[in-house]
Design a protein around this ligand. Sequence first.
Ligand code: PEP
Ligand code: MN
Length: 373
Amino acid sequence: MILILTQDAKPESPEFRQLIGHLANLPDISTRIHTERGAEQVLTEIYLIGNTQALDVEDMKSLPCVESVVRVSEEYRVLGRHRDDHRPSHFDYNGVRFGQDNLNVFAGLCAVDNPEHVEMMMRALRDNGQVCTRMGAYKPRTSPYSFQGHGKSCLPYVFDLAGKYGIRVIAMEITHESHMDEILEALKKTGSPAGVMIQIGTRNTQNFELLKIVGRQQRFPVLLKRGFGITLDESLNAAEYLASEGNRKVIFGLRGMKTNMGDPHRNFVDFSHVPVVKRLTRMPVCIDPSHSVGTRAKGPEGILDVMHVTAQGVVAGANMILVDFHPAPPKALVDGPQALTLNELPYFLEDVRIAREAFEKRCALGERFRKTT
Ligand code: PEP
Ligand code: MN
């Protein structure tokens, strides 16, 4: 059960203390307080854990400082959608809104290679009205002999160039907790010209200790990729690890499943799960068409499969697109064969706009249909 407190509830107030005192006397119930600091308000929620079946929702609602009460089903307690649950399904970070009701594009480099390519990418994004990007500094590679990413050495120029071109949020995978410290250090040194969204890759979806550490900080939002060989439920529980530790600014990323049933694509595209994740949880849903498809193959009409699956995900309501671009794909150190080129960026963005418009029209059509039946 979750008690959502009134906006003005202050921990030092007598009402708040009275509430905590009351909860402490409930048999077999423990409490966990979660505080979320937004730009304008502080949201406080109290999670009641244990035998909450015996508690009456109306009784709990009448307690001091309590605005509303949500009885949670067992699954995904913090991030899930529960009955009569009106908690928000969006958050703001560094001036960008991430929600189940909007769409952000994160076009960028799979792996940072040199400052020239980073600058070309950032400039193209700025020229096309984009404020988000992806920049891989720490690359989990199948072979230990493959390029592992430039790591902390590239962070200062990545952040400086982001600032120069008005990029507000950079999605960046980390594979170890020390990488988060390196990112913090580089942000401090460069004066924090951009925000970072910590990405947990598909190979680490169930790295529970990493999830707990990333979940304990609230400075950076997190993009959690679905595990490529586990069930959706297992991946959603991984997201819940982040939230249960305190960070609920979580975006869930679909990136295809590892099975040769998806051949000739690199992974079996799973974007049919966009509405499923939005229904089961309050997380915005990201699609990664590049790592799903893995090639620049085209349909007979000349449209890249990467663009087709992007449109399919967006038409189904995706909220974020993580997509590989590169100024010179043959020179890319990682995943060049799936990268789009900079001159394809305006074309890609227009295609996304068409798909988003189709999604909005489909929502309006559904609404009209439901009103007449
Ligand atoms: C990536 O986005 O660069 C990446 C490695 O993705 P995934 O974890 O989905 O393989
Ligand atoms: Mn990649």
